[in-house]
Design a protein around this ligand. Structure first.
Ligand code: ADP
Ligand code: AMP
Length: 217
């Protein structure tokens, strides 16, 4: 299974990725997570990416495409992959298609999680992420049992630096201008699955798995 998760910031891509990768036994490749790991480790890539991420802008295409191409060459991607947050521009989508072609591979599905704009800011601003294991929570919609503490590993929960109201608003604009055109791009290729992302988390997960299993595009 080779699939992409598409959707605006806060739509629930990372949350649903957990269910999908378990169901299909494929690696979860989140470009946002890779950039954040690099920032934490203080790498050159992290330093470059941080400038853009803090403002809610996209990291330049050349940096992002190289990173994903390298990742897709790794052994665990032979059985497939789930890309989360990539591609985010038409340029990235074309580069992905070319890279897959050179490996004799092609995409099976693009899962487009639809959530109205007015719900996205509340979702992103209330997001909390475990600093140790990366598990995602929401203060209102998916709270941990103990305030500020990860149910999985006991780590502290943190708010992402780019999850402020102002930066989220920028990210939504960037999504509409640069990423939303991919909906049309993949619809034309006949591989887009639309999902109502406004239902509760477990229902969204069930809908995604059912449509992927039954090849409903
Ligand atoms: P994305 O990866 O698309 O930016 P996340 O998966 O991190 O989004 O979800 C953003 C926030 O919204 C998180 O705090 C998550 O717990 C919450 N969330 C995700 N899906 C739902 C849902 N279906 N209903 C309510 N809240 C949700
Ligand atoms: P995410 O974790 O998907 O919400 O991404 C967080 C931030 O990382 C984005 O706002 C961008 O600055 C950067 N980023 C992640 N993926 C990409 C991508 N495919 N292209 C450019 N920038 C990206």
């Amino acid at each position: 299974m080779r699939a992409i998760l598409l959707g605006p910031p806060g739509a629930g891509k990372g949350t649903q990725a957990e269910t999908i990768v378990k169901e299909f036994s494929i690696p979860h490749i989140s470009t946002g997570d890779i950039f954040r790991k690099n920032i934490k480790e203080g790498t050159e890539l992290g330093k470059k990416a941080k400038e853009y991420m803090d403002q809610g802008k996209l990291v330049p295409d050349d940096l992002t495409v190289e990173l994903v191409k390298d990742r897709l060459q790794q052994d665990d991607c032979k059985k497939g992959f789930l890309l989360d947050g990539f591609p985010r521009t038409i340029y990235q989508a074309d580069a992905l298609e070319e890279a897959l072609k050179s490996m004799d591979q092609k995409l099976d599905y693009v899962i487009n999680i639809e959530v109205r704009k007015e719900l996205l800011v509340e979702r992103a601003v209330g997001r909390r992420v475990c600093k140790d294991c990366g598990q995602t929570y929401h203060t209102k919609f998916n709270p941990p049992s103990k305030d500020g503490i990860c149910d999985n590993c006991g780590g502290d929960l943190q708010q992402r630096k780019d999850d402020t109201e102002e930066t989220v608003a920028n990210r939504i604009n960037v999504y509409e201008e640069q990423t939303a055109p991919l909906i049309d791009y993949y619809t034309k290729k006949g591989i887009l699955i639309n999902i109502d992302g406004e239902k509760p988390i477990d229902e969204v997960g069930k809908d995604i798995v059912a449509k992927m299993r039954n090849k409903i595009v």
